[in-house]
Design a protein around this ligand. Sequence first.
Ligand code: SAM
Length: 266
Amino acid sequence: MPYNQTRLDAVLSAITWPRDIELVTQYFSEYKENRVPVLDLIYHNPHRFFCVMGRERFESENTRGFWVIPWDIRDYSDSPDHPWTEDNVLSLYMGREMSKYFSMQGEAYWTGRKVYDVGCGTCIFGIELTRLGAEVIARTSGAESLMVSACNLIEHNFDLDLDFGLKCAENIETDSDTYIFHDIFYEYGLAQMNADTMRYLAGLGKEVIFTAPFHTRDAVAGVVPRAGEGWYKMMALEEGEYEVALSTEYHGDPEGWGPREVLRML
Ligand SMILES: C[S@@+](CC[C@H](N)C(=O)[O-])C[C@H]1O[C@@H](n2cnc3c(N)ncnc32)[C@H](O)[C@@H]1O
């Protein structure tokens, strides 16, 4: 018997596409605790559900057959004079280098490992890591991001611990082994807070890995395109606070972009 049939019925009666009815029914067909926030979310935001379900899906570059809903690249394709290309932005949104880091470490590393994705966005890392054997907690403070995450979980029939929450040093749960901060350094105050949280977790001996949307080391140093225009104004982590865990080039990046990097706090 699915949890909270009334809510589920209300969600299902609002959906018109047969494929989505099937996916949602399948996802909620058995009670699992972690699905509660997902059902609550869709129940309260049915219009957002449609907006997300209409989006194009893309295949991960590292995991064949893994199709997900990324951030909407149209957000960027309309703006003139920006340094990005569509291919480049999509690849950033798909977390190309982060997911490469996951496969580089290998299944033995992730199996049984507790991983916490801070600002999980689309939850695609959570799904990839669960597939590799990790036990994942995913938190995000953005309503849209939570909805994209929920839809990705439904698509993949995944039950991981997803919920709303703005996490900082004062309230983050500290029983995970690895903490991921991907593309969450884009507003000055938030970036500072996240940097402090990263320092705090590293001080507890946690593995803390992160990337920024641009050439990561420039971003952490505050030298990024359009910095100073109120747009991607970063905090600075000091050299010596982190090391390079992975460095890779991407052919779709504009000239002069530099390597994509996953950094690890020391
Ligand atoms: C640009 S998105 C990137 C998300 C995801 N990591 C990705 O790469 O697709 C940033 C999201 O992280 C959330 N976020 C940033 N800092 C956070 C924090 N400390 N705790 C929870 N959510 C956070 C924001 O609300 C937003 O939805």
